[in-house]
Write a protein that binds this ligand. Structure first.
Ligand code: GLU
Length: 333
């Protein structure tokens, strides 16, 4: 059964009588939202915590000075992009973080075997860039995609954006899974320790830079990021799809990144459903953009967030009406 999205706190007549008028209005306005993220060591999890922190800051300020909104927010760890979109479609989550490629395919129903077809998907804003990383174990000898032949490669858990994008790259090379020695479906939290423990030779991961999960492998056991600058399938993905572009992971990002590393990538986006009420999306959008300096400080991957990019780049689903209202008020649209 579908969870009811917004639960307006109901209060009994007895309790109401005991409450002051202001407490009463706060209780009546209380709403709970859930934001789908990714693995706990990734950047999506940090996006969710940051958005909730900004939403709650406005609610706390409201308690002192006249309520801005009564939204309470949680951002649990999830399987990632395509899981989040599927759960938003079912009304189980209200918002989620998702890679731009899977936002595109969901709203256009263009990869129904990989992501739920959901025409009511709505964009709110885009967030940080996410380069696609092939991370290889020290001593594995992997210097290019072709070197993955016969190796043990983690393609990611079903529901993750990394899984979908890895499959795009695999088919872009004309490969099937049996080209690898073995494929595993470990989560983003499991893959780095599996690499350091010698259980896999490499993994593919679409993620913001820097992040704690990758550093477990690079700083922990000298794993390194493979340069895909000459990769023909990456080139084709960038040439054929607006949501992919070239990306550079700068020298010095991790212990083993001794030179700028080229790969392709997407952007992370923040999405919702047309069914989520306009006032809720408006309040969340406003909380984020009125506190953008706080947002930038909460994780190094957010340091360069710019409103003009966030409201335009990588958004293939229509903007939600609540977000649009805020952007129009600001004169940004
Ligand atoms: N891009 C990844 C995915 O969609 C998640 C990355 C992260 O957790 O930061 O599964």
């Amino acid at each position: 059964m579908m969870r009811k999205l917004f639960r307006t706190a109901t209060i009994s007549a007895f309790a109401a009588a005991a409450m002051s008028a202001s407490l009463l209005s706060q209780a009546q306005d209380k709403q709970f939202i859930a934001i789908g993220t990714g693995g706990p060591t990734g950047v999506y999890f940090q996006v969710g915590q940051a958005v909730c922190q900004m939403v709650h800051a406005e609610a706390a300020e409201g308690r002192k000075e006249g309520m801005k909104h009564g939204i309470r927010c949680s951002a649990p760890s999830t399987g990632g992009s395509t899981y989040n979109i599927g759960q938003i479609a079912q009304g189980e989550l209200d918002f989620g973080v998702a890679q731009a490629d899977w936002q595109f395919h969901a709203v256009n129903c263009s990869k129904e075997d990989k992501v739920t077809c959901f025409k009511d998907l709505r964009a709110v804003f885009s967030v940080h860039p996410e380069p696609y990383h092939v991370i290889a174990a020290e001593g594995s000898g992997i210097q290019s995609w072709n070197d993955l032949e016969g190796k043990r490669f983690n393609i990611g858990n079903p529901g993750s954006g990394q899984r979908g994008t890895t499959e795009e790259l695999i088919s872009g090379h004309g490969w099937s899974m049996d080209k690898f020695g073995q494929t595993t479906e470990l989560t983003s939290t499991e893959q780095s320790s599996a690499l350091c423990d010698g259980k896999i030779d490499a993994y593919g991961y679409t993620v913001g830079v820097p992040n704690a999960g990758v550093s477990v492998a690079t700083d922990g056991c000298d794993a390194y990021i493979v340069d895909l600058g000459d990769d023909s399938a990456a080139q084709a993905l960038v040439d054929e799809h607006a949501y992919y572009s070239w990306a550079t992971i700068p020298a010095g990002t991790y212990k083993t990144t001794d030179k700028d590393t080229t790969t392709f990538g997407v952007r992370a986006t923040f999405v919702t459903s047309a069914d989520v009420p306009d006032d809720v999306v408006y309040a969340v959008t406003k909380a984020v953009f009125e506190n953008i300096d706080t947002f930038r400080r909460l994780h190094p991957a957010f340091a360069n967030l710019k409103p003009e990019t966030m409201i335009s780049a990588a958004l293939s689903a229509p903007l939600h009406a609540g977000a649009k209202k805020y952007y129009k008020e600001k004169g940004w649209l």
